[in-house]
Design a binder for this molecule. Structure first.
Ligand code: SF4
Length: 224
């Protein structure tokens, strides 16, 4: 299998889970979490093997009300899991600072989605989460974002490799949560829990793209 391929990173996910199954305790894992929709399947899956904490640090989200809305939905989902499914998942939220974040993204504002702007955006959220995991002595760190259809799991795992080098005291958990029907399982759980589904990724630029798309659709409808 080719190293640095999506399949390769998924195989690392599976082999790490096999190692963890052999332990007599659940290691702690801090997972960067962007919203309830993305978290729905990976959180359930991981809570079987880890003492799981979700880290909500997403200054990319525009506007602030949307940041709060996604957070509330995430907390509602986790509270339902903890009550109904017997999990013990914790959630940590960081204070919002969207303005400073967008200043960092601004030089790349014209990049298409999935391009350099997004790659910077992944790293800008993953690094503070990894730093928190190191400071607070978590065993593992990961990000939920590999579950997204729109995000390149290779790029996310490559960022994980760099973070692992910088913070060697925490193990980066490689993942591709889309695999093995992860997307379908997430969709089903999101429907069961009636989760809010946002129609743009998060930043001001993706918000503006969403408005443009909506306007085009409206024009098509009214002309047709
Ligand atoms: S489209 Fe999404 S991943 Fe890309 S920069 Fe905006 S918020 Fe970040």
């Amino acid at each position: 299998m080719k190293k640095d391929s999506k399949k390769y990173y998924y195989s690392l996910q599976l082999s790490e889970i096999e190692k963890i199954k052999a332990l007599d305790h659940k290691p702690s894992l801090l997972m960067h979490a962007c919203c309830g929709i993305c978290v729905s399947w990976p959180a359930l899956y991981l809570s079987e093997f880890f003492d799981l904490t979700l880290f909500y640090n997403n200054d990319n989200i525009y506007p602030e009300e949307e940041y709060e809305k996604r957070y509330r939905e995430l907390c509602r989902l986790i509270s339902e899991y903890n009550q109904e499914k017997g999990t013990d998942i914790k959630v940590i939220k960081t204070p919002f600072n969207g303005e400073a974040y967008h200043q960092k993204l601004a030089p790349l504002k014209d990049e298409p989605e999935n391009g350099a702007r997004c790659h910077l955006c992944y790293a800008l959220r993953m690094e503070p989460a990894m730093a928190y995991a190191a400071e607070n002595r978590y065993d593992y760190f990961t990000t939920v974002m590999t579950v997204s259809r729109q995000k390149d799991s290779r790029v996310l795992n490559q960022i994980g490799v760099r973070l692992q080098e910088k913070y060697p005291q925490v193990r980066y958990f490689f993942s591709d949560f889309k695999k093995d029907g992860g997307l379908e399982k997430g969709d089903k759980l999101a429907n069961e829990h009636n989760l809010y589904r946002q129609n743009y990724c998060g930043c001001l630029y993706s918000y503006e793209e969403m408005l443009k798309r909506a306007q085009k659709d409206y024009q098509k409808e009214t002309e047709g």
